[in-house]
Design a protein around this ligand. Structure first.
Ligand code: MG
Length: 260
């Protein structure tokens, strides 16, 4: 084989290298590379995933989570309007409640992609109907709302019902517990990406409500508007916002894990 290679011109050599390389890439991409014959060839030892102590073994909070609310105080929260200390109600049972009229509150810290856990409860006293019964909401990056609503025997538009990505995506199921009992939301949010004022990657959201998958890696079209279509608004990291929609919805055990 060496002899003919020596006799080749530079151009012929280049063509040979190009075609050989192309065949190798084609073989790799189409799974035609040589099948390993021993198990070790497909076993990797790095990078080693970090050890995280799960919530069940760590007082309800994973060891690497940032605690946003543990029932002791509202130190991690400020008013969206005034940026002063949040003035919602701190309850003796380790929860906090919307103080209607005070306005939305936001986390002091800002986040990109996250796993967020929170628990929420509709008011036991049933008042109002449709969007005016136990309405609140959790906003990722302050812009994308997952609806919180008392939907038990309470009809409303499906893309605004409990667990909806508000006015963009109805949930796959209505998984609420009884009014006045605690619900859990586990949310996996991948932030949209922007470059030079343009969105280059849509955000996505997955929501598990009381253990039931209700949003399955849904692409976020834009901001969750009350009136009008979603807007694409370039932004950096943003806070978690909890909504005051005039109903004393309660929250407890809020923690968050930043995702790579
Ligand atoms: Mg809402």
């Amino acid at each position: 084989m060496i002899y003919p290679l020596v006799k080749m011109s530079k151009t012929q050599l280049c063509i040979l290298v190009f075609f050989t390389g192309s065949i190798c890439i084609y073989a790799q991409q189409n799974g035609l590379e040589k099948e390993p014959t021993n198990p070790e060839a497909t076993e990797f030892y790095s990078p080693v995933p970090p050890k995280v102590i799960p919530a069940v073994e760590n007082n309800g909070i994973p060891s690497d989570a940032i605690v946003l609310f543990d029932g002791k105080n509202l130190d991690e929260w400020i008013s969206v309007k005034t940026k002063e200390r949040a003035k919602w109600v701190l309850n003796s049972d380790g929860s906090m409640s919307v103080k209607p009229g005070v306005g939305d509150i936001q986390s002091k810290k800002e986040f990109g992609s996250v796993q967020l856990h929170l628990e929420w409860k509709s008011p036991e006293k049933i008042e109002g109907n449709s969007q005016n019964r136990g309405n609140s909401g959790v906003f990722l990056q302050g812009l994308y709302e997952i609806q919180i609503l008392d939907n038990n025997d309470n009809e409303t538009y499906v893309n605004g019902q409990v667990g909806s990505l508000y006015k963009q995506q109805a949930p796959l199921a209505m998984a609420s517990v009884k009014t006045g009992e605690w619900n859990t939301y586990d949310i996996i949010f991948h932030a949209p990406e922007f470059e030079k004022g343009q969105r280059v990657k849509k955000g996505t959201i997955t929501v598990i409500h009381n253990g039931i998958l209700i949003q399955d890696h849904v692409e976020i079209k834009g901001t969750t508007e009350y009136i009008g279509w979603p807007k694409v608004k370039p932004h950096a990291k943003g806070p978690i916002i909890l909504q005051d929609h005039g109903s004393p919805v309660s929250y407890r055990n809020i923690w968050i894990r930043e995702l790579p």
